[in-house]
Design a protein around this ligand. Structure first.
Ligand SMILES: [Zn+2]
Length: 482
């Protein structure tokens, strides 16, 4: 029997604000000592009154626009009731039937063209605290994270494979980082993903029963957990068993999903509107303001890079993966124009040497930009174009500049890298190569003209790459003819 797979993702993304969702406590939880960023509101103490974080709402609205959603003018915060040790109020403030953003989409580029994945909704909620299990079996609770602003981004069941799920999640992460609403840090839990997956015989109209998978903390985990679950469900169906609607957790250590609970319905949570927070009314003006804050998004920027700068789609993709890289590239292009370096030269230096060095040093461009400004890229290319340095030296200059922050022309002066183009220095190197390699000289004189290539190599090596190969060959021909 052939089966088809249906996947929908629920992505939880912390909203990058200074303070928590309903109180003034700092939203920084990872580096602070446990239970230091807490107050009566986020500890759920009786009588404490929440105040909504306006900036968090603005960032959620911005996210909705970046994801092609409609922004709802009226939306409310509800209470979702359940008991958990890291949820001090025994309810979570979240949005239920009227979320802030609805009906968006994400376009995925793949081998078969562009696939559009629909988004059902983006809603606002608060994060829970964190449990820390001890070796002696006890559990500690840290409430620093309780009340940190969170968005839940829910896709339509439009995803047809584990690979597509992974790429969707990657694209979402890229967009959230790009617009500055989330750090993308999955290790710290700032971005997390659950998946709903079902399998049905090919052609069957009704979906199979939905299994929710939790605890996937990396792109790899999302893909592996879903591959495992597809195989598990197909095996069950082939054996004539039914799949219960349930929640399962991914165990990285055991490479499998494990049953956690048979799924509860939303009735079990007894949602009701939060009585302490009035409904939010978002005006058309408010939405228009968010629209002005929305930067050019990755796909649009890639398309523009190809059209405007004549670089390849692949290079554009590399340069516009992170917004900071794309900004750096464009500043470098603008600065390089005066020195005669083309956008393609600049793209080559950045996607080649600069990205290699950043990977080597594990630095990010934000930190490096202070010492290695985008103007340096054009300066290196200009030294190369003017013949001041050779291509080999240019790479050395680039790297030295990157590491020390010295201007490229200063590196050239300090290291004496200016090209040996002609004159006595080059003639002396040519004579030394002739004296040192009588066999090649003999070959050359007996008609094997190609033997001179070897001698050129010797001159280049003796000059430590500073000789111009063309000039070296001319000097050798001159010396060999006397
Ligand atoms: Zn607080």
């Amino acid at each position: 029997m052939e089966y088809e797979v249906t996947i929908g993702l629920e992505v939880h993304a912390q909203i990058l604000t200074a303070s928590k969702m309903f109180c003034g406590c700092s939203a920084e939880y990872a580096s602070a000592a446990p239970n230091t960023h807490v107050c009566p509101i986020c500890l759920g103490l009786p009588g404490a009154l929440p105040v909504i974080n306006q900036h968090a709402i603005e960032l959620a609205g911005l996210t909705g626009l970046a994801l092609n959603c409609q922004i709802a003018s009226d939306n409310t915060i509800s209470r979702k009731n359940y008991f958990y040790p890291d949820l001090p109020a025994s309810y979570q403030r979240t949005q239920y039937d009227d979320p802030i953003c609805v009906a968006g989409w994400v376009d995925l580029d793949g081998p078969e063209g562009t696939k559009r994945i629909g988004l059902t909704r983006v809603h606002i909620e608060e994060d829970t605290g964190k449990r820390i299990h001890q070796a002696d079996g006890s559990t500690l609770v840290d409430f620093n994270r309780a009340g940190v602003p969170l968005m839940e981004i829910v896709s339509e069941p439009d995803i047809a494979s584990p690979d597509e799920a992974k790429r969707f999640f990657q694209k979402l992460r890229q967009t959230l980082i790009w617009i500055g609403v989330n750090t993308g840090n999955m290790e710290e839990g700032a971005l997390r993903c659950d998946a709903n997956i079902s399998v049905r015989p090919k052609g069957q109209a009704k979906y199979g029963s939905k299994v929710e998978i939790k605890n996937m903390n990396s792109f790899r985990a999302v893909e592996r957990a879903l591959i495992y679950e597809v195989e598990r469900q197909i095996k069950e169906l082939d054996a004539g068993n039914s799949i219960p609607q349930s929640t399962r957790g991914w165990s990285e250590a055991e490479s499998r999903t494990k049953l956690q609970r048979i799924k509860e319905s939303s009735d079990d949570y007894r949602y009701f509107p939060e009585p302490d927070i009035p409904p939010l009314a978002l005006t058309a003006n408010w939405v228009a303001e968010r629209q002005t804050e929305l930067p050019e998004l990755p796909d649009a920027r890639k398309t523009r890079f190809v059209a405007q700068y004549g670089i390849s789609a692949y290079e554009a993709e590399t340069l516009a993966d992170l917004r900071i890289d794309a900004d750096y590239f464009e500043r470098a292009v603008a600065a390089a124009a005066a020195s005669g370096a083309t956008p393609r030269d600049v793209a080559n230096w950045i996607s080649g040497e600069l990205f290699r060095l950043l990977k080597d040093t594990s630095e990010d461009l934000a930190a490096v930009e202070q010492r290695f400004p985008p103007t340096y890229i054009g300066q290196v290319q200009s030294l190369l174009n003017s013949g001041t340095i050779t291509r080999t030296s240019a790479k050395e200059v680039f790297e030295a500049s990157f590491r020390s922050g010295q201007a490229p022309s200063d590196v050239v002066a300090e290291r004496g890298l200016a090209q040996i183009g002609a004159g006595d220095a080059l003639s002396a190197l040519a004579r030394a190569a002739i004296v040192g390699n009588p066999k090649s000289v003999g070959d050359y004189h007996s008609g094997k003209v190609a033997a001179i290539k070897f001698l050129v190599g010797q001159v280049m090596r003796a000059s430590k790459g500073q000789a111009n190969p063309q000039a070296a060959q001319e000097a050798l021909e001159r010396e060999l003819s006397v």
